[in-house]
Design a protein. Structure first.
Length: 132
């Protein structure tokens, strides 16, 4: 019975939009961001550096009321982790960036299970600070 319950839960999670990404245009230049499995990802132009993404993420999160818990990075990869109070406790946010073969990828993950609307709002704020 436990195995059946776990199988039903897995099917419910996968059928809740987790298998195919939700694609939308973000920022003023229309960057396509894909939301899948609780994480929002977007590929930024080659001119956008990891450090610029991290600085913009930190500024955007602070302006949205989050407290920065961690910021670590190199020229190739990095992350900003923040937390903010919610009605249900603390909501954690992770913004990461890393160099790919064609530019810089940014990823946003909100809360314990992901939150598409909050992730997209945070990404828009990050992109606006970089003029992208």
């Amino acid at each position: 019975a436990a195995a059946t319950g776990a199988s039903v839960l897995l099917v419910m999670v996968l059928s809740a939009g987790g298998c195919s990404p939700s694609l939308k245009s973000q920022g003023r230049t229309g960057i396509t961001a894909a939301y899948r499995f609780g994480e929002l990802r977007a590929d930024l132009p080659d001119r956008v550096r990891v450090e610029a993404v991290l600085a913009a993420a930190e500024s955007a999160l602070i302006s949205r009321g989050y407290s920065i818990r961690e910021r670590a990075g190199t020229a190739d990869e990095g992350r900003v982790v923040a937390e903010g109070p919610t009605q249900r406790g603390v909501s954690a946010v992770r913004v990461s960036a890393y160099v790919t073969g064609v530019g810089t990828r940014v990823a946003v993950f909100v809360g314990p299970l992901g939150d598409e609307d909050a992730s997209r709002a945070i990404l828009d704020a990050v992109l606006a600070r970089m003029g992208v």
